[in-house]
Design a protein around this ligand. Structure first.
Ligand code: ZN
Length: 86
């Protein structure tokens, strides 16, 4: 089965012409790669996090946003005054 391309010739070379558009080339692998690119779907988001459901005070189900990561309690960098010693 090959609906990916049609064979042709160009100046004695075998060409592989895409059946979906005007693309053609002389490399079979490239033609196949091009053809498959017509059907490439955007990758599914894989980092879909489970949603946390909560009920607020009025009884409504609310979706709790994911808690942000705890900020590191690093001491703020002390400001150093640069003074040019002459
Ligand atoms: Zn094409």
């Amino acid at each position: 089965m090959s609906g990916e391309y049609t064979l042709g010739t160009w100046r004695g070379f075998t060409t592989y012409k895409c059946t979906l558009c005007e693309f053609d080339c002389m490399d079979k692998a490239q033609a196949l790669e091009h053809y498959r690119a017509h059907f490439v779907k955007p990758p599914e988001p894989r980092d879909a996090r489970p949603v946390t459901l909560a009920i607020d005070d009025s009884g409504h189900v609310v979706v709790a946003p994911p808690e942000p990561p705890e900020p590191e309690h690093a001491p703020a960098p002390k400001k150093r005054r640069k003074r040019k010693e002459t």
